[in-house]
Design a protein around this ligand. Structure first.
Ligand code: NAP
Ligand code: MG
Length: 488
């Protein structure tokens, strides 16, 4: 075990390194800087790995797979519990690194750690719940049963917006189900992923069971997807990349799980408690500066209450404090990069050109850096790009509708289907929206915040394969073996 805490071990590495076979390996190629979006300062470097590094990591994982799958599942679960203890012990270091690496307010980084602990807790318990079934045999004296066996080496590819949870959501179930892993974290947030690997090493994970290979998606990520020794790839990121990746992985008959983008609608019925709905929507739209796959990004509101809702929303958006994530007052931190901020700003301009109205106040003094003011666009119509495309920033589009028929039609007139919400005091309307909306998740009278032990996923362009988290996660990370047994 290291004398340093995992975060210090990673940030004090003298050379940019991957974590392979339980130790640090320098990449042969280039490296890239990891920046603090709030200050633009370099906080670390990570390797820009390619084929050689990925092949090496997959080989190591393949070699570790056999003994890891032979480790009893409850013991694998206990190891996750030990790791949870370490994460609790190093909360402050993880939270601070997460905010520096990605920009989110410190209190959200702490919330992300708590969420990761919740997800790990469920997965630790899965070690004692990886049950199979018995099936009545037509032949006397025969026993027929199903067992869950590990899928094999997992490729995990993650985005930057949840630097800790995104990897944990894949590593937790992969490891408890008996799989070795090669993780390719987002280029923006490799340090937290490396610190997580150290944490698991210190919790007793055998060498080679988890390997972290840093680099770009088009180089390292694509190599992970293409490697025939990788039995399954679990990917979280954009729909565009997910589509290409799924073609590669399924082309070689690998298993693929995709968690993709969203354009999540909230319908506010004329019977809703408007101030409460506005508070829930603003919270769900602005958390992580809107860089959340589950952010509410479209509001469908009945004409009768539209002016009132828009006023409450714009007040809440105008009140939100924009600043460095390390500042305790901050509600909305910087966006992850300047390029991403420019992309978000472009959408606001496009919305305006398409005829939408910006109803939030013009930002007077944004801090220096990749910040974007929380913005509400009113009078958006279904064909506008700001009604259809994922903006992934603190921008909310409001579409005015005449009742539930139009709201449901508008909600479903979209390629995505991740999450959704309905605000209504009328139970019939809420139940109807719940049953007719095309979405993996639906929230009634609250924002789109999920829980750490409940299946999570999307339909249509928002996802493919078994839902992650909770009872469905094991469906991706295991396969079934059917055994026919006759006493000799
Ligand atoms: P992204 O650009 O799709 O990247 C996701 C990951 O895939 C990164 O590690 C990326 O590497 C890698 N990648 C890129 N091209 C690849 C390729 N050709 N082959 C293999 N891997 C490749 O997404 P992002 O910008 O990081 O994250 C934002 C997106 O993620 C949004 O669309 C958001 O909705 C979605 N998301 C979905 C969920 C969910 O659970 N449904 C959760 C969070 C985020 P680089 O580091 O080089 O980019
Ligand atoms: Mg990217």
């Amino acid at each position: 075990m290291s004398v340093l805490n995992p975060v210090d071990e990673v940030t004090s590495l003298s050379r940019p390194s991957n974590f392979v076979d339980g130790g640090w390996e320098e990449s042969r190629g280039d490296s890239h800087e990891v920046l603090d979006p709030a200050t633009g300062k370099v906080i670390g470097r990570a390797p820009r790995s390619g084929k050689i590094e990925v092949e090496r990591a997959v080989g190591v994982a393949e070699a570790a797979q056999l003994s890891w799958e032979a480790t009893p599942a409850p013991v694998r679960g206990e190891l996750l519990r030990t790791a949870m203890g370490q994460l609790r012990a190093h909360r402050d270091q993880f939270a601070s690194l997460m905010t520096q690496e990605m920009g989110k307010p410190l209190r959200e980084s702490y919330a992300e750690i708590d969420r990761a602990l919740g997800e790990l807790d469920y997965m630790a318990g899965e070690g004692t719940r990886l049950e199979g079934s018995t099936v009545p045999s037509r032949r006397s004296g025969h026993l027929v049963m199903t067992q869950r066996t590990p899928l094999g080496v997992i490729g995990a590819i993650t985005p930057w917006n949840f630097p800790l949870i995104a990897p944990v959501r894949k590593l937790g179930p992969a490891l408890v189900c008996g799989n070795a892993v090669v993780l390719k974290p987002a280029q923006e947030t490799p340090l937290i992923a490396l610190a997580l690997a150290v944490l698991l090493r210190d919790a007793g994970l055998p060498d080679g069971v988890l390997n972290v290979v840093c680099g770009s998606g088009t180089e390292a990520g694509a190599e992970v997807a293409a490697d025939v020794r990788v039995a399954g790839v679990s990917f979280t990121g954009s729909t565009e990349v997910g589509r290409t990746l799924a073609a590669t992985v399924s082309g070689r008959l690998g298993a693929v799980q995709l968690e993709l983008g969203g354009k999540n609608p909230a319908y506010v019925h004329r019977s809703a408690d408007v101030p409460s709905a506005a508070g829930e929507i603003a919270g769900a739209a602005l958390q992580t500066a809107g860089q959340r796959c589950t952010a509410i990004s479209r509001v469908l509101v009945d004409h009768e209450v539209a002016d009132d809702l828009v006023r409450h929303l714009s007040e809440a958006f105008d009140r939100a404090v924009v600043g460095s994530g390390l500042d305790a007052q901050t509600d909305v931190g910087p966006l992850v990069t300047a390029e991403h901020r420019d992309r978000v700003a472009d959408y606001v301009r496009i919305g305006h050109e398409e005829g939408a109205t910006v109803v939030t106040a013009a930002p007077t003094a944004l801090p220096e850096g990749p910040y974007h003011a929380p913005t509400v666009l009113d009078h958006v119509t279904p064909q506008m790009r700001v009604a259809r495309e994922e903006i992934f920033g603190p921008v909310l589009s409001v579409l005015r509708v005449s009742g539930a028929d139009e709201a449901i039609r508008a909600a479903n007139d979209c390629d995505y289907g991740l999450t959704s919400a309905v605000f209504s005091a009328d139970l019939g309307t809420a139940l109807r929206f719940m049953s007719e909306v095309r979405a993996g998740m639906v929230h009634v009278n609250h924002g789109t915040n999920s829980e750490p032990h409940v299946p999570f996923g999307g339909v249509d362009d928002s996802g493919l394969g078994a839902y992650s988290i909770g009872q469905t996660a094991k469906d991706f990370f295991t396969e079934l073996k059917v055994a026919y047994v006759r006493a000799p």
